[in-house]
Design a protein around this ligand. Structure first.
Ligand code: V55
Ligand code: FE
Length: 517
């Protein structure tokens, strides 16, 4: 009964809940503290009390695992050749009891990969050896305090990057880059998961202290487009926006200003424009000074959508307001002349119940629906975006698409709907639900059937967590052309794998040395 509530709860209360695996009544800010005076490694009983190590809808594994030739059930496609990468927080050490009110987004990034080839699947995981991990490993204890608050750190780590690398990863110019939006990427070897650069700056050209967890790749040029908010330091309104060519050389960048400093988790890129979105999860100087987490949700502040041309100097950036929607992830978007359309999942209110808030948390307002934003740039006086809700009968979060259609008009979108995965077809306005009896499903990632398969033709891949078997994990593969048939194959893991925020599929042809290995 409790598990079923958790399952449904994810869709009902939004992105944060889906990621953190929280039920509607997760521990409130500042509660759940448990005295931990001993320096010995002793996590509190309740894994949801982050001070003691909450994870992201998965186990706190801490163990780095190599499992060669996993058990595969069903008809795993023999010609699938690539890697499904995932990352999520996996607390390295219990927090000092002073910071027991910290949130699940602050656990150290643990990367896992399923190397899939000839119908065989090898599993490997490694913590990201970022500056934070190394300092704590050396000290055998937690040295970093609250989420994105350097004032709460042990004095010994001053000047080190606080980045956890726990949110998303991308493969580009042969490098596996792992992200946390408060810091530059960390560069890992895509086959061994060894950390190669703990502070990757695109050859010194990332003129920002931060980098989003959600860069985009332009499928026509192979360019990588990214941004960083609070780019010039804590509470800064600067936003650094840039692109890099196929070889990772930065070929465009500019710095623009946000109306205020607040969470800008994802962004959209079209063939001609950059679309930024500022939510009213506001960077809170007072709370930071008082030793709290970085943000406070403030429904009294407007959300803004900012649009600027790609490749320009940023002076054309214009901020629009409209329905105040709390949107976290982009499904897709495109430009049609002066018209810019972007689809996001979002709620009418805060989706992250574990952040402090100026208003009580309202589960109903956290419900994620597909919100289509339309902006018309042809009128100089227009400063409003228009919104509509698509597929109001489908709720969910963590929206994705066939990543080969970033920047372009697109047909298929995917949503983690709590009841499973939803496959959205914008062309015929249909929805198909993917459910797996007895399983809760993490975020889905699209895998093309072949490198040149038509849009949406392939598989959805992701972790399922067995309710009956106490969370034991399967890697689940569903054919997008026959989702009703259920999983075509599963990898049966002998334990509950580390939790995930996001995942990424890379074809073997993109991974240096993959074919030889
Ligand atoms: C998100 C996740 C984060 C974070 C800020 O999904 C936003 C949204 C896992 O960390 O720090
Ligand atoms: Fe995200």
């Amino acid at each position: 009964m409790l598990d079923r509530r958790r399952f449904i709860g994810a869709a009902t209360i939004g992105t944060g809940a889906a990621i953190a695996g929280l039920a509607g009544s997760g521990p409130a800010f500042g509660q759940g503290a448990q005295a931990l005076a001993s320096p010995q490694v002793d996590f509190p009983e309740n894994p949801r009390d982050f001070g003691g190590g909450g994870s992201a809808a998965g186990a706190v594994n801490r163990a780095e695992i190599d499992l060669f030739d996993c058990e595969v059930e069903g008809n795993w496609p023999q010609d699938l050749d690539g890697v499904f990468y995932r990352v999520g927080p996996d607390p390295q050490y219990p927090k000092d009891p002073k910071w027991a009110g910290d949130i699940p987004f602050d656990g150290e990034g643990h990367v896992s990969m399923f190397r899939i080839k000839d119908g065989h699947v090898d599993y490997k995981t490694r913590y990201v050896r970022n500056q934070r991990w190394k300092a704590q490993h050396e000290a055998r204890r937690s040295l970093f305090g609250m989420y994105r608050n350097p004032l709460t750190d042990d004095p010994s780590v001053e000047g080190l990057s606080r980045g956890t690398a726990n949110t998303q990863l991308f493969l580009h110019h042969g490098k596996l880059l792992v992200y946390k939006e408060d810091s530059p990427p960390v560069h890992l070897d895509p086959l061994t998961l060894e950390t190669i650069d703990d502070y990757y700056t695109f050859g010194g050209k990332l003129n920002s202290q931060t980098h989003t967890a959600h860069p985009k790749i332009d499928p026509l040029t192979g360019e990588y487009i990214g941004f960083g908010y609070e780019a010039s330091g804590l509470l800064s309104k600067d936003i650094f926006v840039f692109s890099a060519d196929r070889a990772g050389q930065v070929n465009w960048s500019t710095t623009v200003q946000a109306p205020y400093a607040g969470m800008m988790h994802d962004f959209a890129v079209t063939q001609s424009h950059i679309v930024l979105y500022l939510t009213n999860m506001v960077a809170d100087a007072e709370r930071i000074r008082a030793g709290g987490v970085h943000f406070t949700y403030d429904p009294g502040k407007p959300c803004y959508m900012g649009v600027m041309r790609r490749g320009g100097d940023g002076k054309d950036l214009k901020w629009f307001t409209g329905a105040n929607l709390f949107c976290t992830h982009v499904m897709g978007g495109w430009s049609d002349g002066d018209k810019i359309v972007t689809d996001w999942d979002g709620g009418e209110g805060n989706q992250f119940p574990f952040f402090p808030s100026k208003a009580p948390f309202e589960p109903a307002k956290a419900t994620g629906l597909i919100r289509r934003f339309t902006i018309d740039l042809s009128s100089r006086t227009n400063d409003r975006y228009q919104t509509e809700t698509l597929f109001p009968e489908v709720n969910g979060v963590l929206s994705r698409q066939d990543d080969r259609f970033h920047t372009l008009p697109y047909r298929y979108g995917y949503l983690n709907s709590g009841a499973g995965w939803a496959i959205i077809d914008h062309a015929d306005s249909s929805v198909q639900q993917v459910t797996v009896p007895d399983y809760r499903l993490s975020e889905m990632t699209f895998v093309p059937r072949k490198a040149d398969a038509p849009e949406g033709d392939g598989y959805l891949i992701g972790i399922g967590s067995s309710i009956k078997e106490n969370g034991r994990s399967d890697l689940i593969l569903v054919d997008t052309k026959d989702p009703a048939a259920g999983p075509v194959a599963r990898v049966k893991m002998p334990f509950q794998v580390v939790g995930q925020v996001h995942g990424f599929w890379a074809d073997a042809s993109q991974i240096p040395g993959a074919s030889a290995a």
